[in-house]
Design a binder for this molecule. Structure first.
Ligand code: SF4
Length: 283
């Protein structure tokens, strides 16, 4: 059996940065809050909980004057404001690429309507939306395009700025942008393909590997959006499975294949990828 492991599998720069800084911080401080899960990986979250991190969903749950981590996905300006009111000391580990996206939408919001292509409930989108003001529509699927165009028309703005969640699918971004361009001809359009290189290269690698193997294993948290995208790319080319750890492997099924591909989302630790690889190599 041949096993091909994606060279880009595992932590991206932003996640690595947030995890390393959190671990450094834990050497000096205990009792730290973190707004949302720092990465979408249960094993890492459980370990950090044991070391003293309290994960909360809303800033309202944080104690006055506490220390609070902001994860790589970033937050809306409202959160910074509330943190100040509660005298909270922030450790802002927002990925620099997400910060750049915040700056870009903030810069154009005065005279452009914004179409943000991404997932409506994703924390990065919620944060970015906060920087974009009122003239924004989120496009998650094709049905949202018509609604967004109607809103643009009723805003009477003459400029449109199309931008993406850093972990959006490149294929979807291109497809939706093309559809938008076909329907709009009376406004100036600026396209910012703000999909992060880490995401783009991982998607390209997953596509390449899945075209060469019989079965593809994608490792990552079930709620990790970039892992879900890798899975949807892979399954277009070969039979694929999205697993969280080696315990989810269907060994009997895998035995039927001769060429297996492995890749992992941007928040999957190397150790978990290694464990899966070793399990397969035993066969
Ligand atoms: S995927 Fe890209 S933008 Fe998102 S956290 Fe990772 S490096 Fe940053």
């Amino acid at each position: 059996m041949e096993v091909v492991v994606g060279k880009l599998s595992g932590f991206c720069f932003g996640v690595n940065n947030a995890i390393n800084k959190t671990e450094e911080l834990l050497k000096l401080e205990k009792n730290i809050y973190c707004l949302g899960e720092i990465i979408h990986n249960k094993q890492v979250i459980d370990k950090l909980k044991n070391e003293g991190i309290k994960f909360i969903e809303k800033i309202e749950e944080a104690a006055n004057g506490c220390k609070l981590i902001i994860r790589a996905h970033g937050v809306a300006p409202e959160v910074y404001k509330k943190a100040k009111e509660k005298n909270i000391q922030l450790f802002d580990f927002t990925c620099p690429k997400v910060l750049k996206l915040h700056e870009q939408v903030n810069d154009v919001k005065k005279d452009s309507y914004i179409f943000l292509i991404g997932e409506k409930e994703h924390p990065e989108i919620i944060g970015t939306q906060g920087f974009a003001g009122r003239n924004i529509s989120i496009i998650q699927d094709e049905n949202d395009i018509d609604i967004a165009i109607k809103k643009l028309q009723s805003s009477h703005m003459k400029k449109l700025y199309i931008v993406a969640q850093t972990t959006a699918s490149v294929q979807k971004f291109n497809m939706y942008t093309e559809k938008i361009l076909e329907q709009i001809n009376d406004v100036d359009i600026e396209i910012n393909k703000s999909i992060c290189d880490s995401t783009r290269l991982r998607q390209e690698e997953a596509e390449k590997i899945s075209k060469k193997v019989d079965y593809m294993i994608i490792i990552g948290g079930k709620n990790s959006s970039n892992t879900q995208k890798l899975y949807s790319i892979a399954k277009e080319n070969c039979e694929s499975i999205h697993i969280q750890t080696k315990e989810d492997l269907d060994i009997e099924k895998i035995k039927k294949y001769s060429k297996i591909g492995i890749t992992a989302g941007a928040s999957t630790p190397k150790e978990i990828i290694k464990n899966v690889e070793e399990e397969i190599k035993k066969l």
